[in-house]
Design a protein around this ligand. Structure first.
Ligand code: NAD
Length: 480
C-alpha cells in the first residue's frame, strides 16, 4: 500500500469507529484549530511573508482573523446545526414523525489554493470537522513555507488519526484523486476543477468547486464627493489589497461611464499613492507575485502591444523581487487575453461605456463571475443588477467584505464553480441531510395495495389532493 492508501485506510477506520460523530470530538478539534492559530501567530506571519510577502496586518485581516472567527462561530452554533429538524408531514400520515438528520459524509479531501494558504485550507477543514468527517488536507505546493507550517502543526494540535495533511504538487494531487473519497472540496482554477470533476465521476463522489474568473466592478455616477472618495478607496482595496490582486473575489476589471473615466483614473492614482507610497515596489504593504511562472504570465498579458498601449498608470515590472507595480489600463482590446482570462494580478483594466446600464449586457456576455461589485445609490439599478445578472454574489458599495460574513453563502455559479461554504453552509457542504420517518402500525390504508379497482384509484387521487372531506365521503359511500 502507498502512503496515500495507508492514510486513507486509517481515516476510514477512524470514521467507522464513530468517534468523529460525537459533539465532543468536533468541539475538541475546532478548539485545537483555534489554539494552533493563536499559539503560532508569529510563525504564520513569517510563513506568509516568506511565500507571498504578506504584511502581518493583511495576514491577520485575511487569514488568522478569518480562521479564528470561523472556528469560534462554528463552535457556538455546532449543536444547533447537528440537531435533527422536524419535517412537516401531511395529515394523511398521522400518526407519523419525520425528521431531517444531518450525517457526516465520511472521509473527505480538501484541496487548497495558494493565495490565502491558511484560510483556504483551514476554513473548509472547519466545515469538515463540524460536520463530523475525517479529512485529508492537500495544501498548495506554491506556498512551501505555509504548507510545511500546516504539515508540521496540524498533527501536533489536531487528532492525527482523523485529520491528515498530505503535501505535494500536481503529482500528489493526481494520486489523491485516484482514491475513492466521500467528498472532494476543491479551491483552485477552472482547469483544476475539470480534473477533479472527471476523477470524482469515477466513484460518483460529490464535489464542491470553488473556482475563479473575472469579477467585474461597476461604478455608477455618484454625486457626493465623499461617496466617490469612499468608492475609490474600496475599489483600490478590492483590486490591489488582497494578496496584491491575486484573489478570486478581487476586482478583475472596472466598468464606468466614459465621461467619468479621467477623473476616476486621477482618483485611483492618488489613492494608490496614499496606500502604497511613491515607490510601491519598496512598500511592505503589497504582496509579491507568487512565482516566476505567474510573473511571466502577467508580463505576457501586459506586453501584448495593444494592451501595452492602453496603460495609463504603472506597468513597471521588477523581476528580481517578483513585483508588478499597481497598473491601470484604459480600454484595452476586449479580445486581448487580459480581457478574456482571469488576470489574478495587480492590473486593473477600466472599460468605458456610454451608459452604465450597458454594464449588465457586458457582464452577461461573459462567463458567470464569482462576484459582482456595484457602486450605486439607485435602487432600481441595484434591483436590475440582482435580477438580470448571475454570479456567486453581488455586493453593493463595497468589495471583498462578503467573504467575512459567516451567514452568507460563499461560492460560485457556472464557470466560477458550484457548492458553497462558510458557517452553516460549510457544515451543509460536508453533511448529508437524511430523511428519517417513523410510522406506527395503525391505521393501515388498504387502498394502497392491489388488487386495483376504481375505488382505490379515486381514494389515491383524493389522498394526493389532501381532500380529507372527499376521502371521508368516499369511505362512507356518499361520494363516487
Ligand atoms: P490550481 O488549480 O493550479 O491548484 C489548486 C490545487 O489543485 C493545488 O492544491 C494544486 O496542487 C492542485 N492541482 C493542480 N493541478 C493538479 C492536477 N493536475 N491534479 C491534481 N491536483 C492538481 O489553482 P491555483 O493556482 O492554486 O489557484 C488559482 C485559482 O484558484 C484562480 O483561478 C482563483 O480564482 C481560484 N481561487 C478560487 C477561490 C474561491 O474561493 N472560489 C479562492 C482562491 C483561489
Amino acid at each position: 500500500m502507498s502512503g496515500v492508501e495507508e492514510s486513507l485506510a486509517e481515516l476510514r477506520q477512524a470514521f467507522k469507529s464513530g468517534q468523529t460523530r460525537s459533539v465532543s470530538w468536533r468541539k475538541s478539534q475546532l478548539r485545537a484549530i483555534i489554539d494552533l492559530v493563536q499559539d503560532n501567530e508569529e510563525n504564520i506571519f513569517r510563513a506568509l511573508y516568506q511565500d507571498l510577502g504578506k504584511h502581518p496586518v493583511e495576514c491577520y485581516r485575511d487569514e488568522v482573523g478569518v480562521v479564528l472567527k470561523s472556528a469560534k462561530y462554528s463552535l457556538s452554533f455546532l449543536e444547533k446545526w447537528m440537531a435533527p429538524k422536524k419535517g412537516r408531514l401531511p395529515l394523511l400520515f398521522f400518526p407519523t414523525s419525520g425528521e431531517v438528520m444531518p450525517e457526516p459524509l465520511g472521509v473527505v479531501l480538501i484541496f487548497a489554493s495558494w493565495n490565502f494558504p491558511l484560510t483556504l485550507a483551514l476554513d473548509p477543514l472547519i466545515g469538515a470537522i463540524s460536520a463530523g468527517n475525517t479529512a485529508v488536507l492537500k495544501p498548495s505546493e506554491l506556498t512551501p513555507a505555509c504548507s510545511s507550517f500546516l504539515a508540521d502543526t496540524i498533527p501536533r494540535y489536531l487528532d492525527c488519526r482523523t485529520i491528515k495533511v498530505i503535501s505535494g504538487g500536481a503529482d500528489v494531487g493526481g494520486r489523491l484523486l485516484q482514491q475513492k473519497w466521500d467528498k472532494i472540496f476543491f479551491t483552485g482554477s477552472p482547469r483544476g476543477g475539470r480534473i477533479v470533476m472527471s476523477a470524482a465521476a469515477k466513484h460518483l463522489t460529490p464535489v464542491t468547486l470553488e473556482l475563479g474568473g473575472k469579477c467585474p466592478a461597476i461604478l455608477d455616477t455618484l454625486s457626493s464627493p465623499s461617496d466617490i472618495t469612499i468608492a475609490v478607496k474600496r475599489i483600490v482595496g478590492g483590486k490591489w489589497g488582497p494578496c496584491g490582486g491575486q484573489a478570486c473575489i478581487g476586482i478583475d476589471y472596472l466598468l464606468v461611464e466614459r465621461k467619468f473615466a479621467s477623473t476616476l483614473i486621477d482618483l485611483l492614482k492618488l489613492t494608490i499613492k496614499k496606500f502604497y507610497g511613491e515607490e510601491p515596489q519598496n512598500s511592505k504593504n503589497m504582496c509579491k507575485i507568487i512565482n516566476k511562472a505567474h510573473f511571466e504570465r502577467l508580463r505576457n498579458l501586459l506586453e501584448d502591444p495593444a494592451v501595452a498601449a492602453s496603460i495609463v498608470h504603472g506597468g513597471s515590472l521588477h523581476e528580481k523581487e517578483l513585483f508588478i507595480e499597481p497598473s491601470i489600463l484604459l480600454d484595452p482590446p476586449l479580445d486581448a487575453e487580459i480581457m478574456t482570462e482571469e488576470i489574478f494580478g495587480p492590473v486593473l483594466p477600466i472599460i468605458t461605456l456610454s451608459n452604465i446600464q450597458e454594464s449588465i449586457e457586458f457582464i452577461n456576455s461573459r462567463p458567470k463571475p464569482l462576484a459582482i461589485y456595484a457602486f450605486t445609490k439607485k435602487d432600481s439599478f441595484k434591483r436590475q443588477i440582482v435580477s438580470e445578472t448571475s454570479s456567486g454574489s453581488v455586493t453593493f458599495n463595497d468589495t471583498m467584505v462578503q467573504f467575512l460574513c459567516d451567514d452568507l453563502p460563499f461560492g460560485g455559479v457556472g464557470q466560477s464553480g458550484f457548492g458553497r461554504f462558510h458557517g452553516k453552509y460549510s457544515f451543509d457542504a460536508f453533511s448529508h441531510e437524511k430523511a428519517v420517518m417513523t410510522r406506527g402500525f395503525f391505521p393501515e390504508i388498504e387502498p394502497r395495495y392491489p388488487p386495483w379497482n376504481g375505488f382505490k384509484l379515486r381514494f389515491i387521487r383524493l389522498a394526493y389532493d389532501f381532500d380529507y372531506l372527499g376521502l371521508l365521503l368516499l369511505m362512507l359511500g356518499l361520494k363516487r
